[in-house]
Design a binder for this molecule. Structure first.
Ligand code: OGA
Ligand code: MN
Length: 296
């Protein structure tokens, strides 16, 4: 795919960061992510990510090595978890995940299909989930497949005092068996009793190491369980928390264009995706950045 000069304004215009008119999110323009970034520019981008939790950068055309090089500014890359097919989608770049509904020669080229992906955070079933995910849109269907992000600091702040004290110190299991499209990962059995769910255990309330702010940390609903609780009580409490967390008053929506790069703060936002026409093509490449500290 030939790069278009008109899409590379980085040298001509200074970088600009504007908050979106939503509770979270910022759009950055005047930056070309295929080039090495000056340290000062990266520091500004990182600050905006910490404050606004989701960054939108349009009109990029990153090859996989360029996506990887940009991603390394953020820290060490986290390889994707096992997918349902048992082998990396891009053998030459195993640290890159492919999010796509496209099937070639009878084999899916990526994860998640064309259905809805319900509210979740990525890879919270491991002990040190990624602090950031970077998703680059290569092909986008004419409509559908919008992605939503919800601010879990705001969701925590909006809980009543009673609920805050009920969840303080509580730990939940984050299921490893299913991906965000609800498909069983290679090597896992379907969960029949959520008290036996395989996956990492994390506090429901996460305190950000840098800002000290508290966020709800829910991961994914299916097969979740709050330790040391009656099953019915855990189910009811989780249902209440999830109903609250997915409220659009904490959220932004993103309508994708080809070339978009989105970077989200995976430990403090949830995201979900609308379904789209399964006969249309949607292809995205994604990297994940290792979390630095235990999720406490
Ligand atoms: C992801 C994800 C949403 C989308 O990459 O983790 O959930 O819009 N993707 O494809
Ligand atoms: Mn996801």
């Amino acid at each position: 795919m030939p790069a278009s000069e008109s899409l590379c304004p980085a040298e001509a215009t200074p970088m600009r960061i504007r908050p979106l008119s939503a509770p979270l999110g910022a759009e950055i323009d005047g930056v070309n992510l295929s080039q090495p970034l000056p340290l000062s520019a990266f520091a500004e981008i990182e600050r905006a990510w910490r404050e606004r939790l989701v960054l939108v950068i349009r009109d990029q055309r990153l090859s996989d090595p360029e996506l990887i090089a940009f991603s390394r500014n953020w820290g060490e890359l986290d390889p994707p978890g096992p997918n349902p097919y048992g082998a990396p989608f891009l053998p030459e770049h195993p640290e890159v995940n492919v999010i796509s509904n496209v099937v070639e020669d009878g084999k899916p080229i990526g994860n998640l299909g064309a259905g809805e992906a319900v509210w979740h955070a990525d890879m919270t079933y491991i002990d040190r989930p990624p602090k950031a995910a970077i998703l680059h849109a290569l092909e986008i269907p004419p409509s559908g497949g919008n992605t939503y992000f919800a601010d879990m600091f705001a969701a925590y702040d909006a809980l009543g005092a009673d609920m805050k004290s009920r969840i303080q110190g509580r730990i939940a299991i984050h299921d490893a068996s299913l991906n965000s499209a609800g498909q069983l990962r290679r090597g896992y059995e379907p969960v029949t009793d959520v008290r036996q769910t395989r996956g990492a255990r994390h506090p429901l309330v996460r305190t950000d190491a840098v800002t000290g702010r508290k966020a709800l940390f829910l991961g994914r609903r299916t097969n979740s369980y709050i330790l040391d609780m009656e099953l019915a009580e855990s189910e009811a409490l989780l249902d209440a928390l999830w109903a609250h967390a997915g409220n659009m008053r904490f959220a932004m929506s993103h309508e994708w264009r080809r070339g978009d790069v989105l970077i989200w703060n995976n430990l403090s936002v949830l995201h979900r995706r609308d379904p789209f026409d399964p006969t249309a093509r949607r292809v995205m490449h994604r990297t994940q950045i290792k979390g630095e500290e235990a999720v406490r």
